[in-house]
Design a binder for this molecule. Structure first.
Ligand SMILES: [Zn+2]
Length: 381
């Protein structure tokens, strides 16, 4: 007989909710609508309130807030409802099968197990009553593409949230910092002409080749710049290139996608200016445009929320550490609010997004035990 939290995770894995990325039209298995309806109904069935927030057409957050004794502070639990694509999966992505202590399916690890854990912990804590502060839960949409749901929620509820825990597969470690992401579009401009007379034009691909080499050495420079005790140094990479149209035309345009992983405390405008200056030394005619940015997240290692959650995590799982994560999360959206945030959940990130994604079910029970005992004690806000 499996526990209620594992059953809830299994039920949610069976509901397809693939992030539709930049598409404007989609149907199941894409979109979070069925998950949003499920979470709403689940909250109502437990006797709790449930509220919506439309972030974009057919893209909703679902959330609930319960009042504590002191209503000036709110602790937020947040986990996303979307999952990544199922292309290339070698198992039935939505079976929710359990074999040898593992629950299989897309989203089992990232991050429906965390969402199930948070929903049950939220319900138990709220129904028990006597909470020191308000407790809120957010099932956010769109994390796997642009974190649209949590960013929207952070913008619209900023005054009331005083601390937040984000559910992701951390192997029951408490993540107190992660890097941010700056995505830049680099465009080299040239002049097209017939390829039989290339001297009459300017080849944008040649300019891009110089830029790519420059970014490779810029990446090396970043390894010499300041380093973070847990996160190491910043990284930058060129990951997509598009340019040219046919054999006999000198290309007038070449575009590359540049991904920069930023340390906490970095000013994004300074970063852009720094790279701009560096590239200007090798080419003239280019533009560097920020496409999207996700802020780094860092909470002090001695913050009482970090210490208290970790104390409970260690009691249940002796190997639990306070550490960093290499990946960005919904916590980025809250980084500007200056509130303590941590990332915590069951499952190993190594199994997230894989062809045979699974989670070890005993971690789901353990994560619930950690969250429940933490919420029974001092939240450290
Ligand atoms: Zn995730």
């Amino acid at each position: 007989m499996i526990s209620e939290v594992i059953q809830l995770c299994q039920a949610m894995v069976k509901i397809p909710s693939i992030n539709p990325q930049a598409e404007t039209m989609w149907q199941s298995p894409y979109g979070e609508e069925d998950m949003v309806a499920f979470v709403e109904q689940w909250l109502i069935d437990q006797g709790l309130n449930a509220d919506f927030q439309t972030v974009a057409p057919q893209r909703d957050n679902v959330f609930a807030i319960a009042q504590g004794k002191d209503t000036t502070k709110t602790l937020l639990l947040c986990a996303h409802t979307d999952v990544v694509d199922i292309e290339g999966m070698t198992i039935d992505p939505f079976s929710g099968n359990i074999e040898d202590g593992k629950l299989y399916g897309r989203g089992a690890c990232d991050t429906k197990a965390s969402l199930a854990t948070m929903l049950i912990a939220f319900r138990n804590t709220v129904l028990k009553g006597d909470m020191p502060y308000n407790l809120a839960i957010l099932a956010s949409c769109g994390e796997e593409f642009n974190m649209m749901g949590a960013r929207h929620f952070a913008r619209t509820h900023k005054a009331s949230i005083s601390g937040a825990i984000f559910g992701e597969p951390t192997s029951l470690n408490v993540i107190r910092c992660h890097k941010g992401v700056l995505r830049l579009s680099l465009q080299c401009h040239g002049q097209s002409c017939h390829s039989s007379t290339p001297h009459r034009g300017r080849n944008a691909i040649y300019s891009m080749a110089k830029c790519v080499t420059a970014i490779e050495s810029f990446a090396h420079l970043l390894t010499k710049e300041k380093s973070h005790a847990l996160l190491g140094h910043e990284t930058i990479s060129v990951n997509v290139i598009q340019g040219g149209s046919q054999f006999n035309i000198i290309p007038d345009k070449c575009v590359a996608s540049v991904d920069w992983r930023l340390l906490p405390g970095r000013d994004i405008n300074n970063c852009i200016a720094q790279l701009q200056k560096y590239l200007s030394s090798v080419v003239n005619d280019f533009t560097l445009t920020p496409e999207s940015q996700y802020r780094p997240m860092e909470t002090c290692g001695d913050h009482s929320m970090v210490l208290n959650l970790h104390a409970h995590a260690k009691m249940i799982f002796a190997d639990s550490k306070v550490t960093s994560a290499p990946f960005a999360t919904d916590a980025s959206g809250f980084a500007l609010l200056n509130i303590p945030t941590v990332v915590f959940g069951p499952g190993d990130i190594a199994q997230a997004h894989t062809a045979a994604e699974y989670i070890e079910i005993n971690q789901i029970d353990q994560a619930l035990d950690v969250l429940s005992s933490y919420l029974d004690g001092d939240w450290g806000l």
